[in-house]
Design a binder for this molecule. Structure first.
Ligand code: NAP
Length: 348
């Protein structure tokens, strides 16, 4: 068996596969976990990744709800990067579909690390959603000192999932003695853009851009989008294996654009696509939210026509990050979609 194995959970996912790619380009031995290794949509993009000499890729099946599969995935590894989670903001059963994968899954991850005597480091993918309270003041700048502790199953199930799973890893870390505990760093991306590797990556943070490219609505929403590039998110996770503070909580955010600015950028790149850029007035946007299948009125009230900023200087200072700018991330995502003819692709 290869030594110095780094496990990446959720490796089929948008962020996970870029972390795997980053590690393989450094010649690392990567154990990538997926739920279904027979599904080409989950593994073909991993199998196509370039591996620098000396590196290797092992793809294993793991479900966060199945403790035995988590134990097997982590056994013998030296480092764990835990990205797997359900990434959605609404569900008819938010406890089962959004919160449980994060909470039960993360409990199983730390238990598996305790069961193994080889792991020395856990990098946990958290989110700005674990930091931003459900209600915030327009124009505020948040740091990693803040917690989204007011998130509930009813008002913010995704925030609750991210806060709860982060509390699990932090309690696990702080309850152990300094000598016996593993290195822990949490990484907190805002909305992630940059090149998708599979059509499965179009459903999460890229859904907003896809709604413009697909002309799902004749208008755009009056909203600000905080952007970070998926390649920078991957780099931050990999850097955090060795750099930054033990217990560090790093925001990874590059800047912000309005949805209108994003649409205008896409129009300038693809002038023949007849894309929308007219910004819906706030009052009409609230009415539209009543009928929209993926957003709620409370979400619209909390997010539209408001701005929030993030202090990601600790990631620059401690992890040496140098951000790809939002327009470059948005165009890199859109170019990949257009090149692959994915505009009309619909996912479950
Ligand atoms: N994208 C963003 O804007 C963003 C921003 C901040 C934080 N994050 C965080 O970053 C992480 C990755 O997000 P992403 O954007 O890469 O999402 P993604 O593309 O949906 O990837 C999520 C991954 O988690 C796996 N997963 C879900 N449920 C699982 C389960 N029960 N057992 C095992 N694996 C499971 C998925 O596997 P399948 O392929 O089998 O579904 C997938 O590989 C998440 O923790 C998310 O909260 C994302």
């Amino acid at each position: 068996m290869a030594s110095n194995i780094v496990v990446v959970t959720g490796a089929s996912g948008y962020i996970g596969c870029h972390i795997v790619s980053n590690l393989l380009s450094r010649g690392r031995h990567v154990r990538a976990t997926v739920r279904d290794s027979s599904d080409p949509d989950r593994v073909a993009h991993l199998e196509a990744l370039e591996i620098r000499q000396g590196g290797s890729l092992e793809i294993v099946e793991m479900d966060l709800f199945d403790g035995d599969s988590v134990n097997k995935a982590i056994a013998g590894a030296e480092e764990v990067i835990h990205t797997a989670a359900a990434v959605m903001i609404m569900s008819s059963n938010p406890q089962l579909k959004i919160v449980d994968p994060s909470v039960i899954g993360t409990q199983n991850i730390v238990a598996a690390i305790d069961n193994s005597d080889t792991v020395r480091c856990l990098i946990h993918t958290s989110s700005t959603a674990a930091i931003r309270p459900t209600k915030w003041k327009n124009g505020t700048t948040l740091t990693s000192e803040t917690w989204a502790d007011d998130a509930t199953l009813e008002n913010n199930p995704y925030g609750l999932a991210k806060v709860s799973s982060e509390r699990i890893v932090r309690n696990w870390h702080s309850q152990k003695s300094v000598e016996s505990r593993k290195r822990l760093v949490t990484i907190h991306p805002c909305m992630v853009f940059g090149p998708p590797m599979s059509t499965r990556h179009l459903r999460g943070s890229l859904a907003l851009m896809m709604s413009v490219l697909r002309r799902e609505m004749p208008v755009v929403l009056p909203m600000q989008i905080n952007v970070v590039d998926v390649r920078d998110v991957a780099e931050a996770h990999v850097k955090a294996l060795t750099e930054g503070e033990d217990g560090g909580r790093y925001l990874v955010t590059a800047g912000d654009v309005s949805m209108k600015e994003m649409a205008k950028l896409l129009i300038s790149q693809y002038p023949d696509m007849n894309l929308p850029s007219f910004e819906l007035p706030y009052s009409l946007a609230l009415i539209a939210a009543i009928f929209h299948p993926k957003i709620s009125v409370s979400w619209a009230r909390n997010h539209l026509k408001k701005k929030i900023f993030w202090d990601s200087t600790p990631a620059v200072n401690d992890l040496g990050m140098d951000w790809i700018l939002p327009p470059d991330s948005i165009l890199a995502a859109a170019d990949r979609v257009i090149e692959n003819d994915w505009v009309k692709t619909l996912n479950d």
